[in-house]
Design a protein around this ligand. Structure first.
Ligand SMILES: [Zn+2]
Length: 200
Protein backbone atom coordinates (compact mmCIF):
# COMPACT_ATOMS: atom_id res chain seq x y z
CA UNK A 1 0.00 0.00 0.00
CA UNK A 2 1.02 3.61 -0.26
CA UNK A 3 3.23 5.14 2.46
CA UNK A 4 0.37 7.53 3.31
CA UNK A 5 -2.01 4.65 4.02
CA UNK A 6 0.68 2.99 6.16
CA UNK A 7 1.25 6.24 8.04
CA UNK A 8 -2.40 6.96 8.82
CA UNK A 9 -3.03 3.32 9.81
CA UNK A 10 -0.05 3.15 12.15
CA UNK A 11 -0.87 6.54 13.67
CA UNK A 12 -4.45 5.45 14.47
CA UNK A 13 -3.09 2.32 16.20
CA UNK A 14 -0.40 4.35 17.98
CA UNK A 15 -2.89 6.99 19.14
CA UNK A 16 -5.19 4.31 20.54
CA UNK A 17 -2.53 2.11 22.16
CA UNK A 18 0.02 4.51 23.69
CA UNK A 19 -0.34 7.04 26.49
CA UNK A 20 2.32 9.62 25.67
CA UNK A 21 3.30 11.62 22.55
CA UNK A 22 6.81 10.17 22.27
CA UNK A 23 5.70 6.52 22.18
CA UNK A 24 2.83 7.45 19.85
CA UNK A 25 5.30 8.99 17.42
CA UNK A 26 7.64 5.95 17.57
CA UNK A 27 4.87 3.43 16.91
CA UNK A 28 3.53 5.54 14.04
CA UNK A 29 7.03 5.69 12.52
CA UNK A 30 7.21 1.88 12.57
CA UNK A 31 4.41 1.87 10.01
CA UNK A 32 6.41 3.77 7.39
CA UNK A 33 10.07 2.91 8.11
CA UNK A 34 10.01 -0.37 6.11
CA UNK A 35 9.58 1.76 2.96
CA UNK A 36 12.92 3.44 3.57
CA UNK A 37 14.30 0.59 1.44
CA UNK A 38 12.51 2.21 -1.51
CA UNK A 39 14.48 5.47 -1.23
CA UNK A 40 16.96 4.12 -3.78
CA UNK A 41 14.43 5.42 -6.30
CA UNK A 42 15.75 8.93 -5.67
CA UNK A 43 19.28 7.84 -6.63
CA UNK A 44 17.96 5.90 -9.63
CA UNK A 45 16.31 9.08 -10.93
CA UNK A 46 18.96 11.62 -9.93
CA UNK A 47 22.03 9.57 -11.00
CA UNK A 48 21.54 9.82 -14.78
CA UNK A 49 20.25 13.42 -14.49
CA UNK A 50 23.48 14.44 -12.73
CA UNK A 51 25.65 12.63 -15.28
CA UNK A 52 26.14 9.40 -13.31
CA UNK A 53 25.37 5.86 -14.39
CA UNK A 54 21.88 4.36 -14.29
CA UNK A 55 21.27 2.39 -11.10
CA UNK A 56 18.42 0.04 -10.14
CA UNK A 57 18.46 0.34 -6.37
CA UNK A 58 14.67 0.57 -6.17
CA UNK A 59 14.09 -2.80 -7.84
CA UNK A 60 17.07 -4.37 -6.09
CA UNK A 61 16.22 -3.35 -2.54
CA UNK A 62 12.59 -2.22 -2.24
CA UNK A 63 10.60 -4.94 -0.45
CA UNK A 64 13.82 -6.87 0.05
CA UNK A 65 15.97 -4.98 2.55
CA UNK A 66 13.53 -3.95 5.29
CA UNK A 67 10.35 -5.91 4.54
CA UNK A 68 11.17 -9.01 6.58
CA UNK A 69 12.52 -10.35 9.87
CA UNK A 70 15.76 -8.35 9.57
CA UNK A 71 13.82 -5.10 9.08
CA UNK A 72 11.50 -6.00 11.97
CA UNK A 73 14.43 -6.50 14.34
CA UNK A 74 16.39 -3.45 13.19
CA UNK A 75 13.39 -1.09 13.33
CA UNK A 76 12.15 -2.47 16.67
CA UNK A 77 15.60 -2.13 18.27
CA UNK A 78 16.08 1.38 16.93
CA UNK A 79 12.68 2.73 17.97
CA UNK A 80 12.61 1.01 21.34
CA UNK A 81 15.82 2.81 22.31
CA UNK A 82 13.87 6.09 22.41
CA UNK A 83 10.69 4.76 24.03
CA UNK A 84 9.25 5.61 27.43
CA UNK A 85 7.44 2.28 27.84
CA UNK A 86 9.92 0.02 26.09
CA UNK A 87 8.10 -3.33 26.18
CA UNK A 88 4.80 -1.85 25.13
CA UNK A 89 6.43 0.07 22.27
CA UNK A 90 8.44 -3.00 21.16
CA UNK A 91 5.27 -5.10 20.90
CA UNK A 92 3.33 -2.33 19.14
CA UNK A 93 6.20 -1.67 16.72
CA UNK A 94 6.34 -5.37 15.81
CA UNK A 95 2.58 -5.41 15.33
CA UNK A 96 2.50 -2.29 13.18
CA UNK A 97 5.54 -3.48 11.20
CA UNK A 98 3.89 -6.79 10.35
CA UNK A 99 0.64 -5.03 9.50
CA UNK A 100 2.69 -3.05 6.97
CA UNK A 101 3.96 -6.32 5.46
CA UNK A 102 0.43 -7.70 5.32
CA UNK A 103 -0.92 -4.55 3.66
CA UNK A 104 1.89 -4.68 1.07
CA UNK A 105 1.22 -8.37 0.53
CA UNK A 106 -2.43 -7.74 -0.35
CA UNK A 107 -2.26 -4.31 -1.98
CA UNK A 108 0.94 -3.22 -3.72
CA UNK A 109 0.61 -4.46 -7.32
CA UNK A 110 1.84 -2.34 -10.21
CA UNK A 111 -0.23 -1.42 -13.29
CA UNK A 112 0.01 -4.80 -15.05
CA UNK A 113 -1.41 -8.05 -13.58
CA UNK A 114 2.10 -9.54 -13.55
CA UNK A 115 3.63 -6.65 -11.64
CA UNK A 116 3.24 -8.36 -8.26
CA UNK A 117 5.35 -7.44 -5.21
CA UNK A 118 6.23 -10.44 -3.06
CA UNK A 119 7.39 -10.46 0.53
CA UNK A 120 10.78 -12.07 1.20
CA UNK A 121 10.61 -12.62 4.95
CA UNK A 122 14.30 -13.58 5.19
CA UNK A 123 15.49 -10.74 2.95
CA UNK A 124 18.07 -9.39 2.43
CA UNK A 125 19.76 -12.73 3.12
CA UNK A 126 17.54 -15.23 1.36
CA UNK A 127 14.80 -15.11 -1.30
CA UNK A 128 13.26 -18.24 0.11
CA UNK A 129 10.47 -18.17 1.27
CA UNK A 130 8.83 -15.82 -1.21
CA UNK A 131 5.26 -14.96 -0.28
CA UNK A 132 3.16 -13.76 -3.17
CA UNK A 133 -0.57 -13.36 -3.76
CA UNK A 134 -1.62 -13.49 -7.39
CA UNK A 135 -4.80 -11.46 -6.73
CA UNK A 136 -2.83 -8.62 -5.15
CA UNK A 137 -4.74 -5.31 -5.38
CA UNK A 138 -3.38 -2.54 -7.54
CA UNK A 139 -1.55 0.16 -5.61
CA UNK A 140 -4.02 2.68 -7.05
CA UNK A 141 -6.97 0.24 -6.97
CA UNK A 142 -10.36 1.02 -5.40
CA UNK A 143 -9.68 -1.33 -2.48
CA UNK A 144 -6.61 0.65 -1.46
CA UNK A 145 -8.47 3.94 -1.93
CA UNK A 146 -11.24 2.69 0.34
CA UNK A 147 -8.76 1.61 3.03
CA UNK A 148 -7.05 5.00 2.83
CA UNK A 149 -10.34 6.89 3.06
CA UNK A 150 -11.36 4.84 6.10
CA UNK A 151 -8.15 5.42 8.06
CA UNK A 152 -8.03 9.07 6.94
CA UNK A 153 -11.54 9.83 8.25
CA UNK A 154 -10.82 7.83 11.41
CA UNK A 155 -7.62 9.80 12.01
CA UNK A 156 -9.46 13.12 11.53
CA UNK A 157 -12.01 12.08 14.12
CA UNK A 158 -9.27 11.02 16.53
CA UNK A 159 -7.34 14.24 15.94
CA UNK A 160 -10.35 16.36 16.86
CA UNK A 161 -10.95 14.33 20.00
CA UNK A 162 -7.29 14.19 21.11
CA UNK A 163 -5.93 17.56 20.03
CA UNK A 164 -3.04 16.11 18.04
CA UNK A 165 -2.75 14.58 14.60
CA UNK A 166 -0.56 12.51 12.32
CA UNK A 167 1.41 15.69 11.54
CA UNK A 168 2.77 15.51 15.10
CA UNK A 169 4.85 12.48 14.10
CA UNK A 170 7.09 14.92 12.22
CA UNK A 171 6.54 18.38 13.71
CA UNK A 172 4.83 19.42 16.94
CA UNK A 173 4.19 23.10 16.11
CA UNK A 174 2.81 22.31 12.65
CA UNK A 175 0.58 19.76 14.34
CA UNK A 176 -0.88 22.40 16.66
CA UNK A 177 -1.67 24.58 13.62
CA UNK A 178 -3.33 21.69 11.75
CA UNK A 179 -5.45 20.71 14.74
CA UNK A 180 -6.44 24.36 15.24
CA UNK A 181 -7.63 24.57 11.62
CA UNK A 182 -9.52 21.27 11.93
CA UNK A 183 -11.28 22.49 15.08
CA UNK A 184 -12.27 25.78 13.41
CA UNK A 185 -13.71 23.85 10.45
CA UNK A 186 -15.57 21.58 12.85
CA UNK A 187 -17.00 24.60 14.64
CA UNK A 188 -17.99 26.30 11.38
CA UNK A 189 -19.64 23.15 10.02
CA UNK A 190 -21.35 22.49 13.36
CA UNK A 191 -22.78 26.03 13.28
CA UNK A 192 -24.06 25.64 9.74
CA UNK A 193 -25.85 22.37 10.41
CA UNK A 194 -27.12 23.26 13.87
CA UNK A 195 -30.90 23.54 13.72
CA UNK A 196 -32.48 26.92 14.42
CA UNK A 197 -34.47 27.14 17.66
CA UNK A 198 -38.22 27.09 16.96
CA UNK A 199 -39.75 30.55 16.55
CA UNK A 200 -42.53 31.41 18.99
ZN1 LIG B 1 6.19 -1.40 2.17
Amino acid sequence: MSPLTHLFTSWVIAAKATDNPRDCRLVALAGILPDVDGLGLVLDILGPVLGGRQTHFYHQYHHYLLHGAFGAMAITLLLTLFARQRWRVAILVLLVFHLHLFCDFIGSRGPSPEDLWPIFYFGPFDKDPMWIWKDQWRLDGWQNKLVFLTVFVWSLKLSLARGDSVVGVFHRRADAVVVGVLRRWQKALGGRFRSEPPKT
